[in-house]
Design a protein around this ligand. Structure first.
Ligand SMILES: C[S@@+](CC[C@H](N)C(=O)[O-])C[C@H]1O[C@@H](n2cnc3c(N)ncnc32)[C@H](O)[C@@H]1O
Length: 320
């Protein structure tokens, strides 16, 4: 028997470390950087004013998938601001050796990317897209915690973990009679981020909710994905991506203790719509009737519309 948190951690790591294709139409899901390079370019444009004032800015990406966001951001800086491009170092923190190999191939031409197992002290930006949702969560309800037994059945045991109790108190969730996902790993990750950042920013893009929206998910938000299909047999089916929506209130609340000040929290739709280069790309594509432009336009609209409300953007600063 193991806690749901341990079960999820094991499954997620097993999943990302296996060589089976996960991304694109041949895999299990699409992420925004996989859809179109306009996403990475928009992130690069958004971060540009923050990075250009730093002497030797470091970008540290958490969970980089196939490395496409890194590729598109670096290509953007190389073209738009060669001076900044020359000064940037791009680091990747990645749990999957298999994906590291793929990232190395995609990024080899830049000669400024390194992979790290721990976060260095740095000035710059720590960023992630669909990373926090892969961190494992404890699941609790009414003073009990969820475990999974050897047969893949759910077992509820009395909640003994004091850190979880403290979390529920801190977030004001104690009286709620519903499944609550407690991501202590997210809090730990945030601590590492804040410790690493001497001066700089933290950008998180992921699907998620705030405390005010918690009651919309009485059964929690954990889901399994395989071949672009939502699955509810996560305990028995092998090779599935398991994730839990990110509780952004936790990142904002615990961020306060750690000197991480929230500058922006908004939907991906509003975020992208505020970036001039993204809007002009949309406009340019809408006047182009070539099949490639029509397809790209539809991908950009997906980022703005269907993904746009589900995905949120959190931007925090430290030491500035
Ligand atoms: C859903 S994918 C997102 C990939 C990429 N950011 C994108 O948007 O296409 C999650 C990524 O996080 C990595 N990952 C998951 N859990 C991790 C962990 N505990 N530590 C480091 N990387 C992790 C996975 O290997 C994968 O690269």
């Amino acid at each position: 028997m193991k806690s749901f948190r341990d079960f999820m951690e094991e499954k997620v790591l097993e999943y990302y470390r296996s060589p089976r294709e996960k991304f694109s139409s041949r895999g299990d899901f699409f992420t925004a950087p996989e859809l179109d390079r306009a996403f990475g370019e928009a992130i690069a444009e958004f971060l540009h004013p923050y990075l250009k004032n730093l002497n030797d800015p470091v970008l540290l990406e958490l969970g980089a998938g196939r490395g496409l966001m890194a590729r598109d951001m670096l290509s953007y800086y190389r073209e738009k601001d060669p001076d900044l491009f020359g000064r940037i170092r791009y680091l990747i923190y990645e749990a999957s050796p298999y994906l590291i190999e793929r990232q190395r191939k995609v990024l080899e031409k830049f000669e400024k990317v390194d992979w790290v197992e721990e976060f260095p002290k740095m000035e710059g930006v720590i960023l992630s897209n669909e990373f926090f949702d892969a961190l494992p969560v404890h699941v609790v309800k009414g003073g009990r915690e969820l475990y999974v037994n050897e047969k893949g059945e759910e077992v509820w045991l009395s909640l003994e973990n004091e850190s979880i109790r403290e979390f529920l108190r801190r977030m004001g969730y104690e009286g709620l009679d519903q499944r609550i996902e407690v991501c202590l790993d997210c809090v730990e990750m945030l601590k590492n981020i804040a410790e690493a950042l001497i001066r700089g920013y933290h950008l998180v893009i992921d699907y998620g909710y705030t405390s005010e929206e918690l009651t919309r998910f009485p059964e929690g938000t954990v889901v399994g994905y395989k071949k672009h299909t939502l699955r509810n047999d996560i305990y028995v089916e092998e090779g599935m991506d398991i994730s839990a929506q990110v509780n952004f209130s936790v990142l904002m609340e615990y961020g306060k203790d750690l000197g991480l000040k929230t500058i922006l929290y908004d939907s991906q739709r509003n975020f992208l719509a505020s970036i001039p280069g993204f809007l002009s790309k949309l406009e340019e594509l809408s006047f182009d009737e070539s099949p490639e432009a029509v397809e790209r336009l539809s991908r950009l609209k997906t980022m703005l519309i269907s993904m746009g409300d589900r995905f949120k953007v959190l931007f925090q600063s430290k030491g500035l």
